[in-house]
Design a protein around this ligand. Structure first.
Ligand SMILES: [Zn+2]
Length: 124
């Protein structure tokens, strides 16, 4: 019984958390993509005068900022997908570094995490 992993009710609760987060993240991704497209469109309008336009650099900054958020959201979505994969495979909730079970309290806060607190602190 030692290797049974998480109790079914905890697993169901965490799966619901991950799925809700995945939905939110997918929405954010769509929103950011629209945002980035909007910035690129407005940048294209002033592109011919970019060097002299004081707005030019702030557009580039805004674009980089949105792009960074987009990358972050994409990465987070990937982590959530991987968490769902691990749930399906029955390996969810185990620290990938030391192999010990990750406390459910930690999983509730960070359902996509792959390491226990000790290993997370060590790798920092
Ligand atoms: Zn660990």
């Amino acid at each position: 019984m030692s290797d049974a992993g998480l109790p079914a009710n905890d697993l169901a609760e965490l799966r619901a958390l991950v799925e809700a987060d995945r939905e939110r993240t997918a929405e954010r991704l769509a929103f950011l993509t629209r945002d980035l497209t909007g910035i690129l469109d407005s940048a294209a309008l002033v592109a011919t005068d970019d060097e002299h336009d004081p707005e030019g650099s702030s557009t580039a900054f805004e674009r980089a900022h949105v792009q960074a958020l987009l990358d972050q959201a994409r990465e987070h979505l990937r982590q959530l997908e991987l968490a769902l994969d691990r749930m399906a495979a029955g390996t969810y909730g185990r620290c990938e570094s030391c192999g010990r079970p990750i406390p459910v309290e930690r999983l509730r806060i960070r359902p996509a995490t792959t390491t226990c607190v000790t290993c997370a602190a060590r790798s920092r």
